[in-house]
Design a protein around this ligand. Structure first.
Ligand SMILES: *[C@@H]1O[C@H](CO)[C@@H](O)[C@H](O)[C@H]1NC(C)=O
Ligand SMILES: *[C@@H]1O[C@H](CO)[C@@H](O)[C@H](O)[C@H]1NC(C)=O
Ligand SMILES: *[C@@H]1O[C@H](CO)[C@@H](O)[C@H](O)[C@H]1NC(C)=O
Ligand SMILES: [Zn+2]
Length: 481
């Protein structure tokens, strides 16, 4: 009898510690929650901290989910969620702790969708990028609209990233086609980087992220690049990125899977009078907005991801209230759960593959895309690059595309693909085998200077012929309107 009681007590203790409680977890509790998830799911998770802590020395903890934690695997896109950048916007922080529990529990419960997601995707959750601001906000009751927003140096972290928009807009004006990984084109920083910013920059430069969302509060909308206007005007100027269609699709995925972000009948946030027109009601526009069309900002994390790396990031405003009461957290989880999971699946849209030559993988090959869906081919002026395994991931919406892999010293190769409307399936697989130009020139070296001229102008062999042929066949097969 005694033994049985003891067993029951032990069993109860195990369940009690494993149970996730919806509440505001403080900076000491946050890593314990992550460790608890890792204890329950040791084979598919890993807890780590970014390279630098906050100003007040609080580590920036991340939990990772993968069937091979700690390792990037070719063909597996990497996704991240970042919460609590503004210390007083706290819902994302708790949602990510809840999401970590959910992924672990559902994996153990053999949920097929969650298992497939974790087996095909590497997921990183950073619940709090600004633990110091959270502390200030929590200490003052989370009531004020601004207290605790910044880090401990009173710097707004979502204005502290290098302004790469200015560089890409200048290149656009000058007709310079260089359009990706622009950090190396930055000549000086306008403000010193905060430790939290630097830690996150190092993270996003070192992990080959494909898809990302940053979580805020104070409105209910999924916001997509660019956040900065081209004219420098502070308000209301749509600032389309080259991937405008893809970004809108990503934002709409979150909004439409959320309980009411995309609802046309909900009230807008901050409505004080009966006059609804005086404030934004994003529900009326499908729960999404271009960043600068709402208001322009410089130095945001979202545009930095897109212009410095291969990652596509959107910004989620998760609710009208920045610091919702603890009693609301569980219902907020229910309202966001589908959206959080469906958004991660978006890392599998479009096309992916490996670029190699006879000797092995080619890192830093360039993948460029022309949209050949419509009658006029439209280049998407934002290239992505291959990683350490020669692997690339190119998010795209449904349509027909010509995809080209190139790298100085190789002949470029182009292929045409069709991206279909599909859910929960891996991206189209498209590998490239490149031939070094040197192979060819060596044989032709008896022709004197001829090889050099070709090498300098980087002839795009295969390109026109295949493109014309397939574009024509696609257009001939187009169904009548
Ligand atoms: C983790 O993997 C090991 C070895 O493959 C296995 O024996 C163990 O049951 C797994 N644990 C869980 C919790 O899945
Ligand atoms: C920085 O942190 C200290 C210690 O928590 C706190 O007393 C101080 O108010 C904070 N300053 C700001 C600007 O947040
Ligand atoms: C390509 O063009 C088609 C037709 O205009 C459009 O529906 C699709 O979203 C475009 N794709 C991208 C990635 O811009
Ligand atoms: Zn915010």
């Amino acid at each position: 009898m005694l033994a049985l009681n003891l067993l029951l007590v032990l069993a109860f203790t195990a369940v009690a510690t494993a149970e996730f409680v919806w509440k505001h977890h403080n900076n000491e509790e946050l890593p314990l929650v992550l460790e608890e998830v890792h204890r329950k799911c040791p084979n598919i998770s890993r807890v780590y901290a970014l390279t630098e802590p906050s100003v007040q020395n609080v580590p920036l903890y991340v939990i990772e989910f993968s069937d091979n934690p700690g390792i990037h695997q070719p063909y597996k896109p990497e996704v991240k969620y970042v919460g609590n950048i503004h210390g007083n916007e706290v819902l994302g922080r708790e949602l990510l702790l809840g999401l970590a529990h959910h992924l672990c529990d559902q994996y153990m419960n053999h949920d097929r969708r969650i298992r497939a997601l974790i087996h095909s995707t590497r997921i990183h959750l950073l619940p709090s990028m600004n633990p110091d601001g959270w502390q200030v906000s929590a200490d003052t009751g989370g009531l004020d609209y601004l207290i605790g927003r910044s880090n401990n140096h009173s710097v707004d972290l979502n204005r502290n990233f290098p302004d790469l928009d200015a560089i890409t807009f200048e290149f656009e004006r000058q007709g310079i086609s260089h359009n990706h990984h622009l950090l190396k084109d930055l000549s000086k920083l306008t403000a010193p980087l905060e430790p939290e910013t630097r830690a996150v920059m190092r993270w996003i430069m070192s992990v080959p992220f494909v898809l990302s969302a940053a979580m805020h509060g104070g409105d209910l909308v999924a916001n997509y690049p660019y956040d900065e206007s081209r004219s420098g005007a502070p308000v209301s100027e749509y600032s389309a990125s080259p991937d405008d269609d893809t970004f809108r699709d990503l934002a709409m995925t979150y909004a439409s899977c959320h309980a009411d972000m995309a609802s046309k009948s909900r009230r807008g946030c901050h409505v004080t009078s009966s006059d609804e027109s005086s404030t934004y009601n994003f529900g009326k526009q499908g729960g999404v907005t271009n960043g600068a069309a709402w208001y322009s900002l410089k130095g945001g994390m979202q545009d930095f991801n897109y212009l410095a790396t291969n990652a596509f990031e959107i910004t989620l405003e998760l609710g009208c209230e920045k610091f919702p009461a603890a009693e609301q957290l569980e219902s907020e989880w229910e309202r966001n759960r589908e959206a959080l999971i469906e958004f991660m699946w978006k890392a599998h849209s479009g096309v992916k593959g490996i670029v190699s030559d006879d000797a092995g993988f080619i890192q830093n090959a360039i993948i460029s895309v022309v949209n050949i869906t419509g009658p006029v081919p439209r280049p998407i002026r934002h290239d992505v690059t291959t990683g350490i395994y020669g692997d690339y991931y190119r998010l795209l919406t449904p349509g027909h595309y010509e995809v080209t892999a190139s790298r100085p010293g190789y002949f470029p190769v182009s292929r045409v693909i069709t991206v279909a409307n599909s859910r929960h399936t891996p991206a189209i697989l498209l590998n490239f085998k490149l031939e070094p130009t040197s192979n060819w020139f060596d044989e032709e070296s008896s022709f004197g200077g001829y090889g050099h001229a070709l090498r300098d102008s980087q002839p795009r062999i295969y390109k026109r012929s295949i493109y014309d042929q397939v574009a024509k066949s696609i257009m001939n097969n187009r169904p009548e309107k």
